[in-house]
Design a protein around this ligand. Structure first.
Ligand SMILES: *[C@@H]1O[C@H](CO)[C@@H](O)[C@H](O)[C@H]1NC(C)=O
Ligand SMILES: *[C@@H]1O[C@H](CO)[C@@H](O)[C@H](O)[C@H]1NC(C)=O
Ligand SMILES: *[C@@H]1O[C@H](CO)[C@@H](O)[C@H](O)[C@H]1NC(C)=O
Length: 377
């Protein structure tokens, strides 16, 4: 009997977390990165990049600014989006305020990466993400695989096409997680990155600030089992509305905001669940299988940690006190363990986790600083 009750509770939590199937017309609008770039008046290129494990990723490029001359040298900047977001998050604020357009106008060769499973990167050489059986294998990934396979494939591709041997990296939220995964798991990539600006990068979550989500995190493993049982392997961005409400905003007439519904896409259950395990275990480390499978895969009963001391890229970690998904102490702990990192607290406490891609204030608070810093290098 108690078992049945437990399962019922778990199921209702799952139903809380999971919303209706993806509304494809909305998704088409969110995912139209190409259209948004072209309509804003910028040149656009897109490429398919194939990962070592067969996923097909669509990468976008804004090779130069509006009405500019391509013959001059333009350093490559590679931008990686966060969880439930897509490459479009960096252009959504338009030519005046969006990070990607600001960088292009300032003389950079801008590349927008895409994680597997998102928008036009929901493709694989062999597996069909919509097949009842194959989807389980297709979506068997977390941000670990995005860092380990997607990032290196896209970074190498951008370097090859541009003919450069190093690039600048910018990542928001999970785009920071995947950077830490890549450069600790494959330290040879450190030398391909001139400098990185990580925006609200999630890595250490020992002091995870939100109590409600912390309670969900305790249920991570049963949740994965229950969702699998129901054949659910992919989550809709509707999850974002179940996420904690950030600081109450007072209207500011000088601010332009993108609604969160214009940014949201999909993610694998395991991406959420891997964060859940890390919050629960207060450790930034690889996926926890059963004890036996851990032993088999890792040679130890507990999964290995990501070793930040192996990442020697010059990193600036931008963070804000208005972030309900990332605590200041975790940022400072990461900076302590990274050999060449510094923390940069934004001067506006009401700025939130998603404001890096949602609020026009990102330009004055973050982008102007980043551009100055990259131009000095
Ligand atoms: C582009 O830049 C090159 C090199 O500076 C110059 O020779 C050329 O005239 C420029 N073209 C245009 C259209 O401005
Ligand atoms: C990892 O998973 C195993 C098996 O599910 C579990 O017994 C163990 O407690 C987990 N490890 C931690 C540190 O939570
Ligand atoms: C992390 O890497 C450093 C530098 O190679 C090494 O000295 C240290 O033992 C590693 N830590 C762990 C936990 O593997």
């Amino acid at each position: 009997m108690p078992n049945i009750i437990r399962v019922l509770i778990q199921c209702s939590v799952v139903l809380l977390l999971i919303t209706l199937p993806v509304n494809s017309s909305d998704n088409d609008v969110v995912c139209d990165t190409e259209g948004k770039i072209i309509r804003a008046g910028y040149p656009h290129e897109k490429f398919d990049v194939i990962t070592e494990d067969g996923y097909i990723l669509q990468v976008h490029r804004i090779p130069q600014g509006k009405n500019q001359n391509q013959t001059i040298y333009r350093p490559v900047v590679f931008l990686m989006h966060g969880l439930f977001a897509s490459p479009s998050c960096y252009v959504e604020l338009g030519s005046q305020y969006a990070i990607a357009f600001n960088l292009a106008d300032e003389g950079f060769d801008v590349w927008l990466g895409s994680a597997r499973g998102v928008c036009n990167s929901r493709r694989h050489q062999q597996m069909d993400p919509d097949d009842r059986i194959e989807k389980h294998k297709f979506f068997d990934y977390s941000w670990h695989e995005i860092g380990l396979y997607d990032l290196p494939a896209m970074i190498d591709f951008a370097l090859k096409v541009s003919g450069q041997d190093k690039l600048f990296y910018i990542g928001h939220s999970q785009g920071g997680t995947t950077f830490l995964v890549l450069n600790s798991m494959k330290p040879e990539y450190n030398s391909k990155i001139k400098a990185a600006h990580l925006l609200a990068a999630v890595g250490y979550q020992k002091n995870f600030p939100n109590e409600r989500m912390k309670r969900y995190a305790l249920l991570t493993d049963p949740l994965v089992e229950v969702t699998k049982m129901f054949g659910i392997v992919e989550l809709d961005s509707g999850f974002l509305s179940a996420a904690p409400k950030e600081t109450e905003k007072t209207e500011d007439p000088s601010e332009v905001r993108v609604p969160i519904s214009d940014l949201g896409t999909t993610a694998a259950v395991k991406q959420m669940a891997h964060y859940g395990q890390n919050v629960r275990d207060k450790t930034f480390r690889r996926w926890n299988y059963s004890l036996g499978e851990n032993l088999l895969r890792y040679g130890s009963l507990t999964p290995p940690r990501y070793n930040l001391s192996l990442i020697n890229v010059d990193i600036t970690m931008h963070y804000t006190l208005g972030d309900v998904l990332l605590d200041e102490n975790d940022v400072l702990d990461m900076v302590r363990d990274l050999p060449h990192a510094k923390a940069r607290k934004l001067t506006r406490d009401s700025f939130t986790h998603y404001d890096f891609v949602q609020s026009s204030f990102v330009k004055s608070l973050v982008t102007d600083y980043v551009i100055n810093d990259l131009k000095r290098r």
